[in-house]
Design a binder for this molecule. Sequence first.
Ligand code: HEC
Ligand code: HEC
Length: 359
Amino acid sequence: MKLPLPTRRHAFLALLSCAALLGVGLVTANNTDDALLERARGLFKPLPHTAHVDDYPHSPARVELGRKLFFETRVSSDGRTGCVSCHSPSYYGADSLPTSVGVHGKLLPRNAHTVFNTPLLIAQHYGGNRVSVEEQALKALTSPLAYGNKSFDEAEAKLRDLGYTPLFDEAFPNEKEPVTAEHWAVAIGAFERTLLTPAPFDAYLKGDQRAISADAKRGLDKFMTVGCAGCHAGSTVGGHSFQKFGLTEDYWKATGSVEMPLFKGRDMGKFHDTGKEEDKWMFKVPQLRNVAMTPPYFHDGSVATLDDAVRIMARLQLGRQLADQDVKDIVAFLHTLTGDIPAHFAQAPVLPVAPFRKP
Ligand code: HEC
Ligand code: HEC
């Protein structure tokens, strides 16, 4: 059908203005996307390539020894507990339990963090009572809840017995006494410092706009706008400060946390380590890398789902009630922090062969 001339002109003009509008639309979308990336770059950084530091020199032999020791359970007092028991490749370097089960089935009062990316954090543990991953590994050996050894001597004797001497020799050449608790800690630290998990969010921060979905971008925007990034920022999206858990109300009213016998009541965080009044209820802000893969949540695993954890954070830390759509978007953003499990962590190493001895 032939349209009358004026109508044809109108149709043409309408088409033109549509195209103009679309064009403007596209430009605005790009500008908004670029502005979001710019804001994100101001608060977050991609993960570095390595977490090794000059204080702890490393070598392939040292990392490999650390890998073996991480998976070694025969050094514990029940012969069955090792780092891997509570930081398993099957659960993204954590253990999936609300609170961990230690040597001789003892119940720990806290939820296990993932071991991925932890050397980059301000300190280790919720109370920050370990300055480095090396100190953490050293003290685990004689912790009555973790390895349960009475002394470092006892642990060192077990390592020699198990046939580790040549491996320590190779990892710590020219040392008079290669098999020591300190070297155990340095080797495990060398291994942990390789466990970084770059994720789609890193690709995005490096400029790949398509690395994360539109939902995740809306979530990232919300995460920054409502103030989550005030505490969860940097390359690990958290882990760089201690903050009061429960700024607007007591945390246990929202989480349902129970009293812990070991703390003789509620978990008061850093206060248990320092005894200082100002440290009451202060907890290390956890990193949010791989958070979607490491439920349950909070220091005692009292909250089962990420949706609920996000809602509770908004309420307790920011005094806000998030709309369902905002929670969904923030969770979509948090999923972009899931990286691949490092291959040398995913596969268990072969350990020295030793005769079975009753622990
Ligand atoms: C019985 C279970 C268990 C064993 C065994 C264990 N851990 Fe843990 N790990 C935990 C728990 C629980 C926490 C949290 C403790 C806290 O915050 O007070 C934790 C915390 C950590 C952290 C701190 C992470 C952070 O974000 O602060 C690191 C690192 C770590 N463990 C590494 C290791 C290594 C290495 C070994 C072996 C030498 C080991 N763990 C053995 C349960 C365990
Ligand atoms: C004022 C500081 C602060 C703000 C703001 C904040 N958080 Fe947190 N966040 C913390 C602290 C502290 C913890 C650890 C609490 C605990 O378990 O003791 C935490 C824990 C979490 C956890 C649980 C992590 C895990 O592995 O168990 C998630 C998820 C989380 N925050 C997300 C968010 C989101 C989303 C927002 C914004 C709505 C937010 N946080 C705002 C300080 C903060």
